[in-house]
Structures are given as structure tokens and as C-alpha cells.
Design a protein around this ligand. Structure first.
Ligand SMILES: NC(=O)C1=CN([C@@H]2O[C@H](COP(=O)(O)OP(=O)(O)OC[C@H]3O[C@@H](n4cnc5c(N)ncnc54)[C@H](O)[C@@H]3O)[C@@H](O)[C@H]2O)C=CC1
Ligand SMILES: CC(C)CC(=O)C(=O)O
Ligand SMILES: [Mg+2]
Length: 364
């Protein structure tokens, strides 16, 4: 039976990069027998404009009914004047919480072909392969109370709250330890336990969970130091596990070690293995509509979908091989091009990945 994939292009560069990922999916379906069918729906600013809400009920229902969701990005200056409760980003957060996608996996892998594009010296990043495991449905992005209140004095007060229960911390830590068992057997739990009680609890629970994984070496690091260490000596990390906001920030930082934020895919998983897949970047309003965006993070997100939700690891590997092949050919969007290198646009890059896939088939 065909697996159902819901496609949510979103805003800004979202539709441009998703179109390339859909070409790749279509190639796997037509040339490699992948049994998938796709359906498209609105989310984010596009949904707000059409229906007055960034996450229409029909979109959430379609996402819940799908085997997996592929999302581009949401948001942009057009919707910034809106109240936060109806901004495009709220649609994304609603999807994450509505689907229970508490585990966000953000691999930061340096393709050797892009060593020169990394923000760090080649000898510091060669072979880089970090997995950031970010808690995605709790923490300060969801905590209550929240909002802006007006005090008796007339001054306004902004409030957001960092909240985690023990069970929320435990389940994300277990995901991190289980994944570490299949990788380098090291987990670094990132917190701010020196000042935030909530993350003092995080550290305690991470330590308790770690006791169930005697083969995994657990370390703890404050988030400020972790940001610095990522830039100083990133290869000390294998799996990093952290809160929603810290993981959001650290993964953008890690992206630059791989050459560009346009290279980092992600998987957001719930307890049933259902997932949403998206690049870690946003809607990039500065380059939207220009055909300049790098579609590889979105294409690599399809590979993660095949691996984590559709149980098609061989198809996932094909995509990864095809991406490596186009990089070998020297194809570069502007964000990963070295000085003086020729660049290609979004659609050319997507077409090249499809051509590389077809070549793999021809080569048997
Ligand atoms: N998952 C999502 O839908 C996310 C949405 N956003 C939203 O996106 C909008 C823009 O946010 P920013 O802070 O500017 O972050 P951004 O990630 O959209 O862009 C940051 C910088 O990276 C570049 N960039 C991003 N993706 C790229 C790609 N595929 N290829 C080449 N360059 C790329 C952009 O051109 C920009 O210079 C905001 O409305 C924000 O709320 C931000 C992050 C994630
Ligand atoms: C709406 C934001 C929380 C999205 C974001 O920056 C992210 O998930 O990386
Ligand atoms: Mg982010």
C-alpha cells in the first residue's frame, strides 16, 4: 500500500525548495518503485492569507492522517505585524504539538566536498558528524504563563516561562541515548543548570536516564560553553541533547560548520514514529522568489523521512549518494560556493540530484 505524504510548502523560499524535494520523491516513485502518494495543504502565512489561520483544522487533520509530513518553512515580514497567536510560526508550533513531535533530530554532517565552505578550518571540521537532539514540544516556546501584561504603573511586562516535567525530559533523553548507542556512544546534555532550576532538573533526569546506558558516556555542559565549544572544537561532540530553545539556537550555529544552513535537514518524531521533516532554516525572505535557495537541506529531509518514518533505508541512501554526487560534480548554490566558483539556482540543483539518482539506476 502506498504511504501518504502531506506536503506543506509554506512561505518564502518554502515552495521553491519543497518543489525540488517533490521532484526527488517523484523520481524515487517512478524510477525506483517507492510506493508513495502526496497531497498538499496550506500552513503558515499562506494559510493565514487564504483562511485566516496559520494552521487550518483541515491541515492538522491531513497531517494526522498522513504517514509523514514534508514542510518547507513558514513566516516572513508580511506577517510580522500580526499578533503572535496567529503568526505563521504559530502554525508550525501547532503542528509540532498537535502531532506530538517531541523529538527533533538535527544532524550536522560535513560533506567533505564542502570543507572549504565551512566557517571553520578544514582540520577542525573534517569528518564532522554531530546529532543535535532537541526537545520540540515543551520548554519556553510552549510554557505558561506567557504574554505581555500592563502593570498598574502603565509599564508593560513581557512573560515567557521555561517549563519541563520529568517525563518530558526523560523521554527526550531516552531518544538521545538510544541514538547514541547506534553512533559514537557519547551524549552531551546541554543546560543552564547553574541559573535555571528547570534545567537543574533536566541535568538530574539526564543523569538518571544515563545510568540505564552504561555503554554511553554522558557529559553535561552549560549552553554558553556549548556554543563556544561548537565553534572551537566541534568534533568533541557525538549526540547533544537539549531543550527546545537551546537546540534551536545551537543547531543554527552547527549549520555553519557544514558550510551553510541550507545543508541541514531535520526529523521531528512522535512516540509512534510518525514524523514531520523539514530543513532547519526559515523562509529566508531575503532570497525568496529569486531561485537562489539551496534545496539540499529539504532533499536530505526526504532521506530522513524515508529512514525514520517510511522504513525505506535503501531509498534514503540513494538520495544521500545523489547529493554527494552533485557536490562531487562541483555544483554549488550561492550559499555553499567558494570564492570564484560558478553557482547554480534552486531548480538546477534539484534537477541535478534527480539526474544523479537516474544515473545510479542506470549503473544498477
Ligand atoms: N522552520 C521554520 O519554518 C522557520 C521559520 N523561520 C521564519 O523565517 C523567517 C526568516 O527568519 P530568519 O531569521 O531570517 O532565518 P532564515 O533561516 O530564514 O534565514 C537566515 C539566513 O540564512 C539564509 N538561508 C536560509 N535558508 C537558506 C537556503 N536554503 N539556502 C540559502 N540560504 C538560506 C537566508 O537567506 C538568511 O540570510 C522568519 O519569519 C522566521 O520566523 C525561521 C526559522 C525556522
Ligand atoms: C518558529 C521557530 C521556532 C522555528 C525555528 O526556528 C526552528 O524550529 O528552528
Ligand atoms: Mg531555528
Amino acid at each position: 500500500m502506498s504511504k501518504k505524504i502531506l506536503i506543506l510548502p509554506g512561505d518564502g523560499i518554502g515552495p521553491e525548495i519543497v518543489a525540488e524535494a517533490v521532484k526527488v520523491l517523484a523520481c524515487l516513485r517512478d524510477d525506483f518503485g517507492l510506493a508513495v502518494e502526496t497531497e498538499e495543504a496550506l500552513v503558515g502565512g499562506a494559510a493565514y492569507d487564504a483562511e485566516g489561520h496559520p494552521l487550518p483544522e483541515a491541515t492538522l487533520a491531513a497531517a494526522q492522517a498522513a504517514d509523514a509530513v514534508l514542510l518547507g518553512a513558514v513566516g516572513g515580514p508580511k506577517w510580522e505585524p500580526l499578533d503572535i497567536s496567529v503568526r505563521p510560526e504559530k502554525g508550525l508550533l501547532g503542528l509540532r504539538s498537535g502531532l506530538g513531535l517531541f523529538a527533533n533530530l538535527r544532524p550536522a554532517i560535513l560533506y567533505p566536498q564542502l570543507a572549504a565552505a565551512s566557517a571553520l578550518k578544514p582540520e577542525v571540521v573534517a569528518g564532522l558528524d554531530i546529532l543535535i537532539v532537541r526537545e520540540l514540544t515543551g520548554g519556553i516556546y510552549f510554557g505558561r504563563p506567557r504574554g505581555v501584561e500592563t502593570l498598574d504603573s502603565g509599564e508593560r511586562k513581557g512573560i515567557n516561562t521555561l517549563v519541563y516535567t520529568e517525563s518530558e525530559i526523560e523521554r527526550i533523553c531516552r531518544v538521545a541515548f538510544d541514538l547514541a548507542m547506534k553512533r559514537g556512544k557519547r551524549v552531551c546534555s546541554v543546560d543552564k543548570a547553574n541559573v535555571l532550576e528547570c534545567t537543574e532538573l533536566w541535568r538530574e533526569v539526564a543523569t538518571r536516564v544515563g545510568a540505564d546506558y552504561p555503554d554511553v558516556e554522558l557529559s553535561h555542559m552549560y549552553v554558553d560553553n556549548a556554543a563556544m565549544q561548537l565553534v572551537r572544537a566541534p568534533k568533541q561532540f557525538d549526540v547533544m541533547v537539549t531543550t527546545n530553545m537551546f537546540g534551536d539556537i545551537l543547531s543554527d550555529c552547527a549549520a555553519m560548520l557544514t558550510g551553510s544552513i541550507g545543508m541541514l535537514p531535520s526529523a521531528s518524531l512522535n512516540a509512534d514514529g510518525q514524523g514531520m521533516y523539514e530543513p532547519i532554516h526559515g523562509s529566508a525572505p531575503d532570497i525568496a522568489g529569486k531561485g537562489l535557495a539551496n534545496p539540499l537541506a529539504t532533499i536530505l529531509s526526504v532521506a530522513m523521512m524515508l529512514r525514520y518514518s517510511l522504513n525505506e533505508p535503501a531509498q534514503a541512501e540513494r538520495i544521500e549518494q545523489a547529493v554527494a554526487a552533485v557536490l562531487d560534480q562541483g555544483l554549488r548554490t550561492a550559499d555553499i560556493a567558494g570564492e570564484g566558483m560558478e553557482t547554480v539556482g534552486t531548480a538546477q540543483m534539484g534537477d541535478a540530484v534527480v539526474a544523479a539518482l537516474r544515473l545510479l539506476r542506470a549503473e544498477g
